[in-house]
Every structure is written in structure tokens, then in C-alpha cells.
Design a protein around this ligand. Structure first.
Ligand code: ATP
Length: 514
């Protein structure tokens, strides 16, 4: 199955089992907006819980807030979003399709990177055990040629973006001979800038109305509350403020399902530090965030850092954590050293001091900030795409299983009476009632037991508890494990412990703190 087929199947599966629906579907949908169904909402909540508790509960010096989506419009002037939150767009005159100029170039670079990978594979086959990948990359003429090409494109792209030279960006697209994926032609318009913020009118009369914006990131709600939280929480630097919430961007290229949406959710944490110490904290948060991802057990090889060469105007270091999605390695989280840009500007624009008095050094200063910013929806897509499997079983049957990490699985266990008679349903409900205060459970008595297992596999339920006639005699049940499909006979009194061991965040958190 190609990665593209896998992705299509995943989208269909997400809909079929109540994870994700197109928004406003009965009106033919709204582009790049999605609704979460009964299981998607649970999965998303579990992801947010994993993030929130890892930030706020495990770190004594991080607190969480919930700021409003509507904010004073001056905030977006101070943050630079009104002036500079633009994407460079370009249209193909034949297909009438619109693209982000930088994305077209990045996709072109990714294709060259694939060529390098192919060369490396050839080398690996040729030299077998003697293969030294690093040396091969340094010396193979084809690889060197591809690498130089990438470096040249990246340099030209960064310099065009940094100097806002849209003509140079277009020239680069022409020089790379990039064609429109739909029409196949190079008939491009000029590159233009496009602001990504949604604006709306606030106020009851047209004359008195103010133009305000739907926030394009949650971070500014944290910056403008910096002093409120620092003072009321008696926070001492270094400390962090976390929040999760909706953000809105009028994305030009809204493709790839929930990867790029116009309404989405973020989980952001701003960590305030002494000026001069920011790069040390930047490294620390890079390590911590990568660990948070890898502890979910989805394969270390699926993650990598992508350090930014082109830095935003406010940053002095930045990296992305990228994950191997079915459409390639793509950003799931950004970690940025934002200097004192945001607080400094809010101080300037609001006229209010946003300084911290450091009792250890006896100085007042505007703190520097390290930001970690991850999309909840992208993280949901990451989990679903890593979890989706079509497996061939020993008995010749096939199953679709979502190997969602048990801590994040929407339904933790299903209780299944083997038959719909002989008191088995009543016994099963009794077990269910005892467990449902602690875990999200399902009860299912319809169809054969095999079919019921398949239904639970398809939604990623880690445990099925089967109640049979033996249960009535000796108070034992069968616990069936999703991934191994192994069945274990245990006393009812043991079920809680077995499930807790797998679905509680405790084990992961203990490792994250190490
Ligand atoms: P991209 O380069 O993909 O547009 P970005 O660098 O603009 O992303 P940030 O502004 O750093 O993204 O936002 C932080 C995180 O928010 C991203 O890593 C991503 O997980 C999420 N995010 C950003 N834009 C979107 C979107 N349109 N839809 C879904 N998630 C998003």
C-alpha cells in the first residue's frame, strides 16, 4: 500500500468510526474546517491532558491559564501580526490553483532529498556491511551535487523571504522549473503577500464597531497576562505559563486533512528567563519536548529536529519537531527562542511596564522567552497515522487496528458478555459499573465475540473483558489485549490493576521527570 493510499484509508476510517467529520458536511462542507466526533473528541482530550499535566503538574514553576480569543486589536500591531503575518502566495494561471510560494520550494527540496536517499540506498546495497553512510554522503558526486543544489535553493529562498523580495521568490520558482501539480505548467502569476488573520466587527452599531481579529496563536494571551500571573502567583524567574485553545488562520493552502486547518487548537507554553540564559533553556526545552513525544512509543526513528535557518524577526533560535507523516516529515511542534520581542513591544504599545524585578541580581528587566508550541489537531493526526494498521492474521483473516498508545486511547476497555442470556449481561454490567468511574468503557453485547473484538480493534481499545459462564462460577474473566491479541484469565478484582498499569500517565511521567 502506498503512503497516499494509507492516508486516504485513514481519512475514511476516521470518519467511519466517529473520530473526525468534515464540518458542515450536510451543506457540502467548509474547506479546511473539521469537527471531532465522539471518539475524536476523547482522543483530543487525552492528548491535551497529556500535555497539560506534563507541563503544569510536573513542573512546579509552570502554571496554566485560559485567556479570551478576542483581544484588543493593538495587541496584533505590537506582536507584528498586522504588519508581518503574511504568506507569499502564487497562482497557476492554467489550473487557477493557489499555492504558498515557500511551500512549493520546500516540496521541491524534499524531492531532491528523496533523490539523496535513493543514492544512499544504492550505496548501502553495493557496499553491504562496509557501508559508511556519513562518508558516502561526503564523497559521492551525485549526493554532493544534490546537496549543493539544496543549499543554493535554501539560501536564495531565505534571502528572498528575509528581504521580502517577492520577485526573487518567483524567479527562484521559475529557475527550479517547478510545475503546478494540477495543470503541469509553469504559467505562474507574480508572488503576493496575504495576511492570514480573520477580522470581524465588534460592537452593536456599525459606526461604533471596532475591527478585531480572531487570534492566530494563543501565545499573545500569555504575554499580555505575564505580570498578572507573575504577581498573583508570586512566580520567580525562570517560570512558565501554559495554555491550550483555539487559533484561527486563513490558510492559503488548506490541504492534508487536519494537518492544516483554518480553525485549529494549540498548546503553547512561554517560559520566561533571564536575558542571556535563553539559549541554555532553549536546548533544555528541545530535549524535554522531544522526550515527551518519544515516550509515547511510536518509534524514535519517526521524529527529527529541523533547525531553522531563516529566523523570524523576533527569534534568535528556532527548531521544529518533525514527524514522519504519511506525506513525509512535517512539523508538529515549534520551539522558539523569542528574545524580549513580545514583552518589549507590548510594553511599548501599551505604555505599561512589563518588567520583572530579580531579587537575586537586584535588577529589573524584560524577561526573554522560550516558547513551545504544538497543534492539538496535528498531534491527533500524528497519533492516528502512526496507529493505523491493516494486519494479516494467522487464521487468514484481516483486521484493522488502531495501535493508539493506551494512555491516549479514547475507550480504555470494553466489557463483553459472551452470550445475551444466563445472567451474563447483568454480570458484565456490574463489572462495567465498577470500572467506569476510573476509565472510559464501552459495553457491547451484539454480534459474535470475534466481530466485537474487531470493532474495538478498529477504534483502538486496548482491553476487552469477556464475561462467560465460568465468570458466574469463579469470578474470573478473560482479558484480551489489543496489540498481541493474547487472552489472559484473571480474577475480576485484578482487572483494575492490569488496566491502570497501561493507561495511567504515571509510568510516562516518571520517565519524563528523570
Ligand atoms: P506551518 O509552517 O506548518 O504553517 P507554523 O510554523 O506557522 O506552521 P506555528 O506558528 O509555529 O506554525 O504554530 C505552532 C504549531 O501550531 C504548529 O507546529 C502546528 O502544530 C500548529 N499549527 C499551525 N498552523 C496550523 C494549522 N493551520 N492547522 C493546524 N495546526 C496548525
Amino acid at each position: 500500500m502506498t503512503q497516499e493510499d494509507l492516508f486516504k484509508k485513514l481519512i475514511a476510517h476516521s470518519k467511519e468510526y466517529g473520530f473526525i467529520f468534515q464540518s458542515s458536511e450536510i451543506y457540502d462542507g467548509l474547506s479546511a474546517v473539521y469537527d471531532y466526533g465522539q471518539l475524536g473528541a476523547e482522543l483530543k482530550n487525552n492528548i491535551k491532558k497529556y500535555w497539560w499535566e506534563a507541563m503544569v503538574r510536573l513542573n512546579d514553576n509552570i502554571v496554566g491559564i485560559d485567556s479570551a480569543i478576542f483581544m484588543h486589536p493593538r495587541i496584533w500591531e505590537a506582536s507584528g501580526h498586522i504588519g508581518a503575518f503574511n504568506d507569499p502566495l502564487i497562482d497557476n494561471k492554467d489550473s487557477k490553483k493557489r499555492y504558498r510560494a515557500d511551500v512549493l520550494l520546500e516540496e521541491h527540496i524534499a524531492k531532491i532529498e528523496e533523490k539523496i536517499e535513493k543514492e544512499v540506498e544504492k550505496g548501502r546495497k553495493k557496499f553491504a556491511e562496509n557501508f559508511d553512510e556519513a562518508k558516502f554522503k561526503e564523497t559521492n558526486p551525485n549526493v554532493i551535487r544534490h546537496q549543493n543544489k539544496i543549499a543554493d535553493i535554501q539560501n536564495r529562498m531565505n534571502s528572498a523571504l528575509n528581504s521580502n523580495d517577492l520577485d526573487a521568490l518567483k524567479q527562484l520558482i521559475l529557475d527550479c522549473e517547478i510545475v503546478c501539480p494540477v495543470s503541469g505548467t509553469r504559467n505562474w502569476t507574480d508572488v503576493r503577500q496575504f495576511n492570514l488573520m480573520f477580522s470581524l466587527q465588534m460592537g452593536s452599531t456599525a459606526e461604533g464597531a471596532n475591527t478585531i481579529y480572531l487570534r492566530p496563536e494563543t501565545a499573545q494571551g500569555i504575554f499580555v497576562n505575564f505580570l498578572n500571573v507573575q504577581k498573583t502567583g508570586r512566580m520567580k524567574i525562570p517560570f512558565g505559563i501554559a495554555q491550550t485553545g483555539k487559533a484561527f488562520r486563513n490558510e492559503i493552502v488548506a490541504r492534508q486533512f487536519i494537518f492544516r486547518m483554518r480553525e485549529f487548537e494549540q498548546m503553547e507554553m512561554q517560559f520566561f528567563v533571564r536575558p542571556g540564559e535563553e539559549l541554555k533553556w532553549f536546548e533544555q526545552w528541545k530535549t524535554n519536548r522531544m522526550k515527551w513525544h518519544k515516550l509515547l512509543g511510536l518509534g524514535d526513528e519517526n521524529y527529527r529536529f529541523h533547525d531553522h535557518e531563516k529566523l523570524a524577526h523576533y527569534a534568535n533560535a528556532a527548531t521544529d519537531i518533525e514527524f514522519h507523516f504519511p506525506f513525509g516529515f512535517k512539523e508538529v511542534e515549534g520551539i522558539h527562542s523569542r528574545t524580549d520581542f513580545d514583552l518589549g513591544n507590548h510594553q511599548k504599545y501599551s505604555g505599561k511596564k512589563l518588567q520583572y524585578f530579580d531579587s537575586e541580581t537586584g535588577e529589573s528587566y524584560v524577561p526573554y522567552v522560550i516558547e513551545t508550541s504544538i497543534g492539538v489537531d496535528r498531534m491527533t493526526l500524528l497519533i492516528l497515522s502512526a496507529a493505523y494498521r491493516e494486519e494479516q492474521l494467522a487464521d487468514g483473516e484481516q483486521r484493522i487496528v488502531l495501535r493508539i498508545p493506551p494512555v491516549l486511547a479514547p475507550v480504555k476497555l470494553a466489557v463483553l458478555p459472551l452470550l445475551k442470556k444466563d445472567g451474563l449481561p447483568e454480570k458484565a454490567r456490574e463489572i462495567l459499573n465498577a470500572l467506569k468511574c476510573d476509565f472510559y468503557c464501552q459495553y457491547d453485547e451484539k454480534d459474535s465475540i470475534g466481530k466485537r473484538y474487531r470493532r474495538q480493534d478498529a477504534i483502538g481499545t486496548p482491553f476487552c473483558i469477556t464475561v462467560d459462564h465460568k465468570t458466574m462460577e469463579d469470578n474470573t474473566v478473560t482479558v484480551r489485549h489489543r496489540d498481541s491479541m493474547e487472552q489472559q484469565r484473571v480474577a475480576i478484582s485484578k482487572i483494575h490493576e492490569i488496566i491502570c498499569e497501561q493507561v495511567s500517565f504515571k509510568n510516562i511521567f516518571e520517565q519524563l521527570m528523570m
